[in-house]
Structures are given as C-alpha cells and as structure tokens.
Design a protein. Structure first.
Length: 187
C-alpha cells in the first residue's frame, strides 16, 4: 500500500503497556523544542490548554518505511493522524485549545517538508535529541535503527499534563476523540 493517507484494515492494535501511567498530573520540565514555524517552544511555559500528539515518524514520499513497519502495533498512521488534526484544528481552537502541536523524533527540516505538504495549520516540534522524551519518560520503540515515540496524545493544562490518550488507535480517529474530550471538559 503506497497511499500513506489511508490505513490498511489489518493493522495490529497496540495494547496499553502502562508506559503512560506516570504522565497525568506531571508538571513539564523546561525543554526547548524547535518548531517547523521557525520558533523554539517550551511546552512548560504555555498558558491554557495545549494538545500535543506524539507520533513515531512520517514517511518520506517515494521512500520505503522500515522493514516490518505495518506489523508494529501503533506504528502506521502518522499522516492520517496529522491530517485529522489539520481537519479538526478550527474546532479544537473553538473548544478552547490554545495550541496544537505534533511531536516526533524526526529533525525539523524533515518535519517542515511534511508540514508544508500536508498544509498543517500548526507547527510540528522536533525532539530529535530525545531531551523531552527522556525528561518525562515518554514511551518509545526501536525500528530501522531509530528511537521513535509510541503514539500518545497529551492534553497539557498550564504546563502540566491533565489527560493522556494512550495507546492511540486508530490514529485517524485521535483528533475527533481529543475534540470530544475538550468539549466534554471545557476550561
């Protein structure tokens, strides 16, 4: 399957391995992350409700994914997830979300191409040094010689994690689930 905007029907479903149990209530440390909008973002310093969807990696057009990618539970679906957040962005902000960010361990130049190609109205943040990932112990996995984030979405309230979606599946439904949560729990 070469259309990365679509998800195959037979993707393995990730199971909750407890890798996010420690996150709700956690106050974020000061970690600066480069964004595709050309600015550095410190998630701990942002006011209001912030949504950060963490994803493993976006594929590169014309380049294959790592061997066995579709067999790794939760790996496939970064483009559909990003497109869903793009499509729900206006509704999320209308529901009180002050910022939406995507976060991966890919570098900013790689992410910038994706943000432009997918016409994302929000920046992608790079944790290519794994500083943020290690600081709050985000769940990761290894594939193709890379350390990648497991798919997780954080609802951050004034610098502390208020709610976590983990595991996220299917990824293309995550933005709608986050919107529903924000509407049920207004600020």
């Amino acid at each position: 399957m070469s259309d990365w905007t679509q998800l195959p029907d037979n993707l393995p479903v990730p199971e909750d391995d407890g890798g996010a149990d420690h996150l709700p209530g956690l106050e974020l440390p000061i970690v600066r992350l480069q964004g595709t909008h050309g600015h550095v973002v410190d998630l701990s310093s942002l006011s209001g409700r912030v949504v950060v969807y963490c994803y493993p990696r976006t594929g590169e057009p014309g380049a294959p994914n790592p061997d066995g990618w579709d067999e790794i539970p939760g790996a496939r679906g970064c483009t559909p997830q990003s497109c869903a957040f793009r499509d729900h962005h206006a509704d999320l902000t209308a529901s009180g979300v002050t910022h939406v960010f995507g976060l991966s361990t890919q570098n900013t130049d790689y992410q910038r191409e994706v943000a432009e190609r997918l016409h994302l109205p929000f920046p992608l943040l790079s944790d290519h040094t794994l500083d943020f990932t290690r600081a709050i112990n985000l769940p990761t996995f290894e594939a193709g010689g890379m350390t990648l984030l497991k798919r997780i979405t954080l609802i951050i309230e004034d610098g502390a994690i208020g709610h976590v979606f983990y595991p996220v599946f299917p990824p293309n439904q995550n933005a709608a689930d986050v919107l529903s949560f924000c509407q049920r729990h207004p600020r």
